[in-house]
Design a protein around this ligand. Sequence first.
Ligand SMILES: [Zn+2]
Length: 299
Amino acid sequence: MEESTASGFLATFHQIMMFGSAAAVVIAVLIYIIHNVRVSSLNDYKKKYDFIRENEIKSYKYAFIVLAIGVVFIINTYGSGTLEFDAIWFSVRAFIAIAGGTLVGYIGSLILQYYYPTKLDKKLKKWRYMPRVNSETGNKMRLLREDEEDVHLDEGMRAEEEVFSMDYDVWIDEVTGTTKVEKYEGRLEALQCNNCGFFTMKVVREEIIQQATDTSEGELVKHYECQYCGSIRATQFHIAKEENYEAFRPEKMEFKKNAMVNLVKVDIHSNMGEKKSYDFQNVEQAQKFLEEFDIEKTQ
Ligand SMILES: [Zn+2]
């Protein structure tokens, strides 16, 4: 009697796992398809761009998670035709299933974190630079060069471009003179100004009120100034206790110049969407590298 209850449970369990794994694959594929249908349903290239930037990695992440759950289910059906219920076998298989699912999820996260961003960047560039069409006249529009676009931007926009926090693209219908201005996030971060609303708040000065030691936190004040309207703001930050504080004292550093620099990071973005990152231990190395850098040689 007990025997048959156990094998009854096993049969039901295997059915659920079988159904679950099929459902997971279907859901993962659906997530992928729905995302891409939503992208292609947007006619405006800028809207496509924003939607992809906002949602693509998120959607694919969900698809991988569902797929990983599907793998857990499918491994749990291994040997389902021949098995009598055996608690140890059952638990070992469940453990391997969870490990397999975790592995798939992990591979998915590696892909999305390291491989996919380059591909995404290319895709975004494609939509950003795809020639716009004036919806009223049907004329093809032309993207203005940086030096041509200024007259079409207001002062705040220009200030945002000046500090690299925002990037504006101006498209012009050269027949009618109609322009279309599109806003993109820039290369450097700036905060939004409470006064004028533009993203032009930059750190102009940092002041250490109290040095961090190995026993107490320090205090740092960052002074911000809006590069457009000139309003100022100061924010206080804690500096974490520094256990290896000794090592950061300038007199112990190897280089006298820029002695407090611990790491220099250089990111180079090519117009093909390729991104390369380089780390250096000091400014001199980075400068030397940049003098000799040739994008062609890195391909
Ligand atoms: Zn301002």
